[in-house]
Design a protein around this ligand. Structure first.
Ligand code: R2B
Ligand code: URA
Length: 286
């Protein structure tokens, strides 16, 4: 279901407030030639990627400054690439998606030719920690495909399928990556069938494994908290979007993430390295 990108109804809004970005629709010319938007959950990773991009694109190592920053998230602009944070969970992510697409529209950027890529962390299902997963399609936390959202008091389900062309471009560049389905959960604990939350679960370890194995048999490779809303948002607009996540643990073995700082960095560097290789091609950099 594509509602197609048509934001001309926003032209009647005199000075459109992008509240969570701390901007409005004036003076956005610097974003007009954006070609790739990278989104990470945390501000730290968005900043780290921006700093790496500055070295890659501008050959400059001086500390990066945010183009937009408020307490909720940060946007960095490096050459024709945005690196920004979207917070944890689909509700937070969707706010930033609405506002970044509005920003790019007001900046007169070429939206149909922009790649929107989420770089995230996740739990793997039957994959060792440190595996890179590219999402083909997302399911909700009851294993129903797509994303259910409420609009004006009405619940609707939309498909959440990644852009096939963009996925192929990323897979061709990745040294090792798995393509598969992703389960998007509304919570890190019970919705991901963890047994170590603050509320004693009604389900047993056997129930948890039965659920995770059912997901595995359906082709689910990983579990995170934003991809279904993310992919369905861009699919509704008919824009190019993909999700690359690195697994921090194998959920068939454990619920707890116990990683050394260096391991976490090594794991989360992998999706950044992949998107940078993609950016070199998209921006025709040498
Ligand atoms: C992955 O990691 C976060 C939870 O720890 C969440 O944003 C996600 O999708
Ligand atoms: N993020 C999640 O949402 N789940 C995990 O298990 C790890 C990271």
């Amino acid at each position: 279901m594509t509602e197609k990108f048509n934001l001309s109804y926003l032209d009647t809004v005199e000075n459109d407030t992008l509240y969570h970005l701390g901007l409005d629709s004036s003076n956005l010319e610097c974003f007009a030639s954006v070609k790739v938007v990278c989104l990470a959950g945390s501000q730290d990773r968005a900043q780290e990627l921006a700093q790496k991009l500055k070295l890659l694109i501008d050959k400059d190592e001086t500390p990066i400054k945010a183009a937009a920053s408020c307490s909720r998230g940060e946007v960095y602009l490096v050459g024709d690439v945005i690196s920004m944070s979207h917070g944890m969970g689909t509700p937070s992510c969707l706010i930033f998606l609405h506002e970044i697409v509005k920003l790019l529209y007001h900046a007169k950027a070429d939206l149909p030719n922009i790649d929107f890529v989420r770089l995230g962390t996740c739990g793997g299902i039957g994959l060792p920690a440190g595996s890179m997963v590219i999402t083909e399609e997302s399911l909700d936390d009851t294993l129903i495909p797509g994303f259910e959202h409420t609009a004006c008091g009405v619940k609707k389900r939309s498909p959440a399928v990644a852009c096939k062309e963009l996925n192929k471009e990323l897979l061709d560049l990745a040294e090792v990556a798995v393509l598969g389905k992703t389960m998007t959960a509304n919570n890190f604990y019970e919705a991901q069938a963890r047994l170590d939350g603050a509320i004693q679960p009604w389900y047993t370890d056997a129930d948890k494994l039965a659920f995770l194995n059912r997901a595995k048999d359906m082709g689910v490779k990983n579990i995170e908290m934003e991809s279904s809303g993310f992919l369905s948002f861009f699919q509704r607009l008919g824009l190019r979007a993909a999700v690359i996540c690195v697994t921090l643990l194998d959920r068939l073995s454990t619920d707890q993430i116990v990683l050394k700082k260096e391991e976490f960095k090594q794991f989360t560097d992998a999706p950044m390295d992949l998107i940078m290789r993609h950016i070199v091609i998209r921006l025709a950099l040498k």
